[in-house]
Write a protein that binds this ligand. Structure first.
Ligand code: FEO
Ligand code: CA
Ligand code: CA
Ligand code: CA
Length: 551
């Protein structure tokens, strides 16, 4: 039987103070458990041990990779999902601290063994997790679901570019944030379009959304080329009563556009296997934001919207008041459009945004939020990107016409401008009420409609002027943190502060909302194990009295 979802509740936690402590700080009455560190075992083998470094991929292939990022929680048939399930976790980059003495890596001089080791530390981990009698979640060692997919795994290629880039690609890379499909597969997003760990590997093989079935029932992991090649951040979907669906995606480039992919067919709710290649057929669109608060989805289809041989790409017009020289691009086939997607988006009139990171869709389908993390280089503003030298970023909200995933138009507004009201510069103050932040990145609306925001500010980067002196991001905003933001009052409350050096990313939860899974990426102090190298980790945040998180 499916357990009842959490009863509706109001946010009640006491804000955590801004801080620079080398620990995870949560509100009074909450506790933090470390669930899976970089180098812990996912598959059978020998885990990382401090003081020794691996010499072969045979040692690291079984480990959790590094730089944990987006993740999703999946229910397991026959298991109460509030006490057990599957976690799929992205590994964006290796935790070099645990791979090599001296922690440096140079692709030009690396040995084949070193290339294989670093490539084993990206990709994803799937782990079965279960709550023990002590209330703590732990990885279930030996579960048949525990599996690594890495930079050394082979991936099938699906969609229009399959024949062009090859039918199989070795490795996925820079697995940034994530999403899921309505049929229970995991979508992991490659944020880079080149393999900088091993440049000898095929061009155009990276920068795709990869679909992986955590239950290992459906086809092998597949790069879905119909969804376009760019610096993919995450995926979030909106579906309707007829099981038609749209997948929203941001291109975290400086700068990049916002996209949606609409499969041509409805998904099946009764036959999972029937959805196997649904993501190979459909229409990719780019968002154009008009100054009047309306917007359009422009199809990225060869032959439409200027996507023809000899098309003129205006280039990145946002970073300089002197426009760049236009470039001629030949869009002769749909695969040309998908492989050169960033160029196609500009040709088609897509709006160049301040680095779109996560997108989330409200459970009622009436609002879609996207973080625009920052763009210090912006020199030419427009309505949806209103600040030059946008050091602190903003959050934009849009709504599809008719709340339909198939809509070709939408309305939009700026939800908030991030910043610190104490900064001297008017354009860096932002308009957050309550606990201010910079560089929103992760965000997710939970099943009860609450908006959670995670930050990734550049710790030593310029934040502006505080008390008459130049300040860096840590001085102006403390360590990276996670916030609850009320959608009506826009009041922000700091829920969690990370240890030194880290960004906070990844949000997943059990259906009762009593256990929140959160990732601590690239800590650089003594966390999580004192006296050992710092390690990126998945943590579980819960209340000691067993009530839902945030209540
Ligand atoms: Fe991997 Fe754009 O964050
Ligand atoms: Ca991110
Ligand atoms: Ca970021
Ligand atoms: Ca990162």
């Amino acid at each position: 039987p499916t357990p009842a979802p959490a009863p509706s509740y109001a946010i009640n936690f006491a804000s955590v103070a801004i801080n620079t402590n080398d620990t995870v700080t949560v509100p009074t009455g909450y506790t933090v458990d470390v669930l899976l560190k970089a180098g812990d075992l996912v598959e059978a083998g020998t885990a990382f041990a401090p003081g020794t470094f691996p010499t072969s991929v045979s040692q690291t292939a079984a480990w959790a990779g590094g730089n944990h990022d987006g993740m999703e929680y999946f229910e397991l048939s026959g298991t109460d999902p509030n006490v057990g399930g599957l976690l799929a976790i992205n590994h964006e980059y290796p935790d070099l601290n645990i791979l090599f003495s001296g922690a440096s890596y140079n692709a030009a001089t690396a040995t084949q063994a070193q290339k294989e080791i670093v490539l084993s530390a990206v990709g994803i981990s799937v782990v079965e997790v279960a709550k023990g009698s002590d209330g703590k979640f732990a990885v279930k060692a030996g579960s048949r679901f525990n599996k690594r997919y890495s930079g050394n795994t082979d991936y099938r290629v699906g969609g229009p570019a399959a024949g062009v880039i090859g039918t199989t690609i070795r490795g996925m890379l820079n697995n940034c944030a994530s999403g899921r499909t309505p049929w229970g597969t995991y979508l992991t997003c490659e944020e880079t379009t080149n393999n900088y760990f091993d440049p000898s590997r095929a061009a155009n093989g990276y920068g795709w959304v990869v679909e992986i079935d955590p239950y290992q029932e459906l086809a092998q992991p597949t790069k879905r080329t119909a969804m376009g090649r760019f610096s993919h951040e995450n995926v979030a979907y909106l579906s309707n009563a007829s099981n038609r669906v749209a997948f929203y995606m941001g291109d975290d480039s400086t700068p990049g556009c916002i996209y949606k992919f609409v499969p041509a067919d409805a998904f099946s709710t009764t036959n999972r296997a029937a959805n196997t290649n649904l993501l190979d057929y459909g229409t990719l669109y780019v968002a154009r934001f008009n100054a009047d608060g309306t917007g359009e989805w422009r199809a990225l289809v060869q032959g439409q919207n200027g996507l023809v041989p000899g098309a003129v790409d205006p280039g990145n017009v946002s970073q300089s008041t002197t426009p760049p020289a236009p470039v001629t691009v030949n869009f002769a086939t749909q695969s040309d459009v998908l492989i050169n997607c960033q160029s196609a988006a500009r040709v088609a009139g897509g709006t160049i945004m301040d680095r779109p990171e996560w997108i989330t869709v409200a459970p009622n389908g009436q609002s879609i939020f996207v973080t625009l993390t920052n763009n210090s280089g912006r020199r030419v503003t427009d309505a949806p990107n209103p600040r030059v030298q946008n050091l602190h970023g903003h959050i934009l909200k849009f709504r599809e016409n008719g709340d339909s995933p198939l809509a070709t138009g939408f309305t939009w507004e700026i939800f908030l401008l991030a910043g610190n009201p104490s900064l001297t510069e008017a354009n860096l103050k932002g308009n957050i009420s309550g606990d201010y932040f910079s560089s929103p990145d992760g965000l997710r609306i939970d099943p009860q409609g609450r908006l959670w925001v995670q930050t990734d500010h550049n710790l030593t980067g310029n934040a502006g002027t505080l008390s008459g002196a130049a300040s860096n991001m840590v001085q102006a905003f403390g360590n990276n943190a996670m916030f609850y933001v009320d959608q009506s009052t826009k009041q922000s409350k700091r829920f969690l502060v990370g240890p030194t050096g880290c960004e906070i990313t990844g949000i997943a939860y059990t259906p009762d909302l009593k256990s929140f899974f959160i990732n601590i990426q690239h800590p650089d102090g003594n966390w999580p194990v004192s006296g050992q190298p710092p390690r990126s980790s998945t943590i579980v945040v819960r209340r000691t009295d067993g009530q839902p998180v945030g209540n």
